[in-house]
Write a protein that binds this ligand. Structure first.
Ligand SMILES: [Zn+2]
Ligand SMILES: [Zn+2]
Length: 147
């Protein structure tokens, strides 16, 4: 693995949150100006194929993919369609669904990607009173810090 790839992987592992390729690129350039967005995408693709990194569809429709280290283990996501805040949760019920599907349909499940969409508590309140403008594509970690 090249030095640039190591920088990218370390950012993702230390980040402790979901990041887009652009987020990772911004941070990577603080370590090495020569790292391009293409290198970030290539590294992420490699890490995905090695099973080191998971890609998640956390934004609505055809938004960017969010990446997180695979070491975080099996969990699911709620994402706010208004401010893009992400809440992670465990769901043993999903294991039951997988077991039933395996039994009844004789399929082999390789991975589960469950994302539930809606309004977070803050946005549900704001929406009710129509107080806050819709936040445009804000990264979840930015919002976590703001809270
Ligand atoms: Zn929200
Ligand atoms: Zn996650």
């Amino acid at each position: 693995m090249t030095r640039q790839r190591r920088v990218i992987l370390k950012i993702l592992q230390d980040g402790g949150t979901h990041m887009t390729a652009k987020d990772i690129h911004t941070k990577a350039r603080q370590h090495d100006q020569r790292i391009t967005l293409t290198t970030v995408y290539r590294t992420l693709d490699l890490c995905k194929s090695l099973g080191v990194v998971n890609a998640r569809q956390l934004s609505r429709e055809h938004g960017p993919e969010w990446y997180e280290p695979a070491t975080r283990g099996e969990h699911h996501h709620f994402t706010c369609v208004r401010c893009h805040h992400v809440i992670e949760f465990d769901a043993p019920e999903v294991d039951q669904i997988v077991q039933r599907l395996t039994r009844e349909e004789e399929v082999t499940v390789t991975h589960v990607n469950l994302t539930i969409y809606g309004l977070c508590a803050t946005c549900a309140t704001a929406e009710a009173y129509d107080l806050l403008p819709i936040a445009q594509a804000q990264a979840p970690q930015t919002l976590t810090e703001a809270n």
